[in-house]
Ligand binder design. Structure first.
Ligand code: FAD
Length: 463
């Protein structure tokens, strides 16, 4: 079976060539693949690489013209997880800048209260990098091909084939169906039109419909800027990078955050908020992005930068309770499709890669035992439950609802903190004792001690 396919024309043909015409004997003979993976994002590609390295017959199907061409992320990628999948080859990945400094700003309309953390040890041992998914995903999928997986872009999986209440393969626009012992669903969030929502086993969908308060809607611009100017404005040494994440007025008080990430010669500028709050306020992600770009603390950082790409995407934010059944007869679910994401820590790609790896190891064990039964595939859920993924998902289960139900955290409290800091720094003839009293009075009056404790419990200490 060939590992790679050369497509003569980069634009999708009206009727794509069938797998058989492309020369995939396994499809022609209706021989089964060990695994068909839907989606070449971080989850799907990590799963495909892990299984292919173990000698399994794997097909990785991607709807984009190239892997990554339709994908959106802020994005900061964590190299630890990448190294787990590809070993030392991670050093050749098209990463943009290692992150040396992390900044968090709480904003009001005309102020920004910041915590900046510059860790110079990250120069020798970076643990995160800015990335552009169009470049990264294409490279990552090449690693899957090198490992022996059959990577097929320009292929939309229209439906999962279910026979006798078991997923047995995938139907694509290519005409001939592709059968596999296990289908690993890594289609991303797939809201509304996703395979999980439209496939039924024993009369139930593989994932229930998501609620607007379980999903964030995000927009992002890639803005071109001279590398020297990036380094000057963001106080970076040559080739190094920085993140800025902004809360409060930056999202017009909605639950979410905005970001600026430095790439080699571009900035990733974007952010989002809960779909339920966009619906309630009748705002659009584009309005939000324009509001952020025009904030007086942000505007000078973007001056002269030219938008070269505009992207939009959804982010799963349903927490632990939003996780669907991640295994079943003939299928496993990973990454965003399984609602595995941690917006508090801006993590998603790593949960995707790790869940892809755990799913792959489950399929490898199933193959070794020649047992692809649902009971055997349940090992995946057990492995997830004992991993840091589920520990983190449980820890932050209530974080998004806390913000949603306490809008004052992102509206009134930043304003009080702004007034308190104004009082603290202003030199105006008032004694420091009087300033201290004024600040304490302000904080007590607004109930900020109680709220601070509740927030601490929700974001830090909660079990
Ligand atoms: C604006 C934004 C900023 C983010 N920032 C960060 C960040 O800084 N750090 C971080 O770690 N995470 C971040 N995330 C989250 C991260 O992008 C996701 O958690 C991660 O991409 C999930 O990977 P995945 O493989 O599960 O899904 P995806 O990356 O969504 O990949 C799914 C793949 O499946 C393909 N596909 C879908 N349906 C089909 C089909 N029917 N047939 C064939 N192919 C199909 C898609 O084209 C895509 O390639 C961000 C997300 C957004 C939207």
């Amino acid at each position: 079976m060939p590992a790679t396919v050369d497509f003569p024309d980069p634009t999708p043909p009206v009727k794509p060539m069938s797998f058989t015409k492309l020369g995939f004997a396994a499809v022609a003979d209706e021989e089964k693949f060990d695994a068909a993976v839907v989606g070449a994002g971080p989850a799907g590609t990590a799963a495909a690489i892990t299984m292919a390295k173990a000698g399994l017959q794997v097909a990785l199907l991607e709807r984009g013209v190239k892997p990554g061409s339709k994908n959106v992320m802020g994005g900061i990628l964590y190299n630890h997880y990448l190294e787990e999948i590809v070993g030392d080859a991670w050093k050749e990945a098209p990463l943009e800048r290692p992150i040396i400094e992390e900044r968090r700003w709480m904003m009001t309309a005309d102020a920004a209260i910041g915590i900046d953390y510059k860790n110079l040890r990250n120069r020798a041992h970076p643990h995160s990098y800015s990335v552009l998914r169009a470049r990264f995903d294409a490279w990552f999928a090449e690693q899957a091909e090198k490992a022996g997986a059959m990577v097929v872009p320009e292929t939309v999986v229209d439906r999962l084939i279910v026979k006798n209440n078991r997923v047995v393969g995938v139907a694509t626009g290519r005409g001939d169906d592709l059968f596999a012992e296990v289908v690993v669903v890594c289609e991303g969030i797939g809201l509304g039109s996703g395979l999980l929502e439209k496939t039924h086993i024993n009369g139930s969908p593989l994932r229930r419909k998501l609620r607007p308060e379980e999903v964030a809607m995000a927009a992002k611009e890639i803005m071109q800027l001279d590398p020297g100017l990036i380094e000057e404005r963001f106080n970076c040494e040559s080739g190094e990078g920085c993140t800025i994440e902004c809360f409060g007025d930056s999202t017009m008080g909605m639950s979410g955050f905005m970001f600026i990430y430095t790439n080699k010669d571009t900035l990733s500028v974007g952010g989002g908020a809960l779909l339920s709050e966009f619906n309630a306020t009748l705002r659009s992600p584009n309005q939000l992005l324009e509001h952020f770009k025009n904030h007086p603390a942000v505007k000078p950082l973007l001056r002269g930068a030219e938008t070269v790409e505009y992207l939009g995407h959804l982010i799963p934010e349903g927490g632990y309770r939003g996780i669907p059944k991640v295994y079943g007869p003939g299928y496993l679910v990973c990454g965003d499709a399984a609602m595995l994401s941690n917006p508090v820590h801006r993590e998603g790609s790593n949960l995707a890669m790790e869940s892809g790896r755990l799913a792959a190891e489950t399929v490898i064990h199933a193959k070794e035992a020649s047992d692809f039964s649902e009971r055997r595939l349940a090992e995946y859920r057990g492995r997830l439950d004992h991993s840091w993924i589920m520990a983190d998902m449980r820890k932050y289960d209530k974080a998004v609802p806390l913000l949603e139900h306490n809008p004052q955290l992102l509206t009134k409290y930043p304003q009080v903190a702004d007034r308190a800091l104004d009082e603290f720094f202003r030199v105006d003839g008032t004694s420091k004792w009087d300033k201290q009293k004024n600040i304490l009075k302000m904080i007590r009056k607004e109930g900020m001690f109680r709220m601070g404790w509740d927030t601490f419990k929700a974001l830090w200490a909660m079990k």
